[in-house]
Design a protein around this ligand. Structure first.
Ligand code: KIV
Length: 288
């Protein structure tokens, strides 16, 4: 890859943070304002996640339908606004599963058109070869194991993964395989904390947890979940740091009430014209 623009967090810094024991902070972002808020808050990594399907595009409880073109639009908006944070393009379902060639082609689009710094994809097994192919094409890759929402149906729903010793051993093997294939970081989703802790200590590359306990090298949450913008049920691992839905509803209700009562707009929010021009205008249109 070419040299990162000045001010961009250099990618090797993430591994250095792991070595120093400094936690990596990641949050999802889907538009330019969200990217700016996150950057101003000192967030290290912005994930333009395919959770966009649910939190931005109205699909209920599935990330599967979001398309490459939809994700590219959101990724570019985030990438154009973010200066320092590393921007991750999340490859959507169907855009990399079929072949290594497909995977490389899609990853190239995310970097060229979406302006992502790196990409993320879900799964291990056959996906290990996709990771290797994309890395060989010069694009850094983040792996994602545990609960992989794109294959939630096959996993029996949105459930914790790795709860039996055998499943936990599988996750350890998958994590090693992804690291060996060249992934520079790994998201662990909905994995018991001791299993995520073991994987974190076992790997040289950083792990980012979401529902994977405190021992991961960093954490990620969905922007809308942590800010209280998501309605309805939230997974156990979400911590809400604000209740913005209530603030937005109150503001919109107040606006609607002001419009209906005629209180808005008042003089402070309207444009005036000089008495003289007003008089000429009224004469011109035949007023008194
Ligand atoms: O798409 C996404 O937002 C994700 C995170 C939940 C890790 O993959």
């Amino acid at each position: 890859m070419s040299t990162p623009p000045a001010g961009k967090l250099p990618l090797p810094e993430l591994a250095a943070m792991k070595r120093r024991g400094d936690k990596i902070v990641m949050v999802t972002a889907y538009d330019a304002p969200g990217a700016r808020f996150a950057e101003n808050a000192g967030i290290d990594v912005l994930l333009v996640g395919d959770t966009a399907a649910m939190v931005m595009l109205g699909h209920e409880s599935t990330t599967v339908p979001v398309t490459v073109d939809e994700m590219l639009l959101l990724t570019r908006a985030v990438a154009l606004a973010a200066r320092r944070p590393i921007v991750v393009g999340d490859l959507p379902f169907g855009s990399y599963q079929v072949s290594d060639e497909d995977a490389v082609r899609t990853a190239v689009r995310f970097v060229k058109e979406g302006r992502a710094d790196v990409v993320k994809l879900e799964g291990a097994g056959p996906m290990v070869s996709r990771v290797r192919a994309i890395v060989e094409a010069g694009i850094p890759v983040i792996g994602h194991i545990g609960l992989t929402p794109q294959s939630a149906t096959a996993l029996g729903g949105f459930r914790t993964q790795g709860k039996t010793a055998a499943q936990a051993m599988r996750l350890v093997a998958d994590a090693r395989a992804l690291q060996d294939a060249g992934a520079f970081m790994l998201v662990l989703e909905a994995v018991p904390a001791p299993v995520a802790g073991h994987i974190t200590h076992d790997l040289d590359i950083p792990t980012i947890g979401i529902g994977a306990g405190p021992e991961c090298d960093g954490q990620v949450l969905v922007y809308h979940d942590l800010l209280g913008l998501t309605e309805g049920h939230l997974p156990r691992f979400v911590k809400r740091y604000a209740n913005l839905s209530a603030e937005i509803r109150d503001a919109l209700e107040a606006y609607a009430a002001d419009v209906r009562s005629g209180t808005f707009p008042d003089d402070a929010h309207a444009y005036a014209m000089s008495e003289e021009e007003l008089a000429s205008f009224e004469t011109a249109i035949g007023g008194d």
